[in-house]
Design a protein around this ligand. Structure first.
Ligand code: UTP
Length: 289
């Protein structure tokens, strides 16, 4: 079955990037000239996704505006003959069928995902975390949906993280089955040092069967008092097994300050409009460091 639905949880409070995220949703913070969330929607579309549910919260209605038409702005761009900017502005509104729902209470990623139950229905679907931008030649969600179709099991996007930060992420028990592909048999969110299963963690993307919703309905709050998607996926892994794909793209964590700076710097260096000037600037700046 072709996977055409995706959800993007974007209801978190973004406390790690305050005060930037006080009034502007962190998911809309730009990488050079495009909000993080648009990169994520574009990745979904490039992976064959046609219908996207974005899970938002109070104070996040700017997200809806970004994916809407902007008649006044468009008229101004038409009058000024700014055809390229006009095309870009309209394109953001026509990327996919985008729907919105509010989480209402910020009780964790698992709780946010459960809000998508009716939207998803009885088919497998992708989850793209709203603050994880992945850039690369192959869309990551496509790598994961391909693996789902091949193995018939839930798939998580995984990357190896350094031992000093594994406690902030989740840790996976894995067994390699093919190039960049693993069986995942166990997982733990925010492990204590003696609970670490491996340095592989789930970073930003999953493709899950609809059975995850039955599990989420009885998943108790876990690490940090939040309803953790990891706990529900662990139950799924124990029941039916799951797969992990060490995806090709580079992931930028737009939920923390360093991640935002890295994303902006690396994308700016390759940017068609400002890339050359930015490179010259960085080279000069580097001499002074
Ligand atoms: P984070 O763990 O980055 O959550 O969530 P956060 O609360 O936004 O971040 P900090 O720790 O306060 O800085 C990962 C993704 O899950 C969403 C977030 O919006 C983000 O895209 N999320 C998290 C929800 O949609 N609802 C939640 O209750 C928690």
């Amino acid at each position: 079955m072709k996977i055409t639905k995706a959800i993007i949880p974007a209801a978190g409070l973004g406390t790690r990037v305050l005060p930037a995220s006080k009034a502007v949703p962190k998911e809309l913070l730009p990488i050079v000239d495009k909000p993080a969330l648009q990169y994520i929607v574009e990745e979904a579309v490039a992976s064959g996704i046609t219908d996207i549910l974005i899970i938002t919260n109070r104070g996040k209605s700017l997200i809806e505006d970004h994916f809407d038409r902007a008649p006044e702005l468009e008229e101004r761009l038409i009058a000024g003959n700014k055809t390229d900017l006009l095309k870009e502005t309209v394109r953001a509104a026509n990327l996919a069928n985008i729907y919105f729902i509010r989480q209402k209470e910020t009780k964790g990623l698992g709780h946010a995902v459960l809000k998508a139950k009716d939207f998803v229905g009885n088919e497998p679907f992708a989850i793209l975390y709203g603050d994880d931008v992945i850039i690369g030649d192959v869309p990551t969600t496509k790598e994961l949906t391909d693996a789902y179709e091949k193995y018939g099991k839930g798939v998580v996007g995984i990357k190896s993280v350094s031992p000093d930060v594994i406690g902030k992420y989740c840790s996976l028990a894995v067994e390699r089955v093919a190039d960049r592909t693993y069986k995942v048999s166990d997982m733990i969110e925010k492990p204590a040092p003696d609970q670490v299963l491996s340095y592989f963690s789930i970073l930003g993307r999953c493709v899950l069967p609809p059975e995850i919703f039955e599990i989420l309905e009885h998943t108790a709050p876990g690490a940090g008092g939040e309803i953790q998607l990891t706990d529900a996926m662990n139950e799924l892994a124990h029941k039916e097994g799951m797969m992990g794909v060490d995806y090709l793209g580079t992931r930028y964590d737009m939920g923390n300050k360093l991640g935002i700076l890295q994303a902006n710097c690396e994308v700016a260096l390759k940017h068609p409009e400002v890339g050359e000037d930015f490179k010259a600037y960085i080279k000069e700046l580097a001499k002074t460091l």
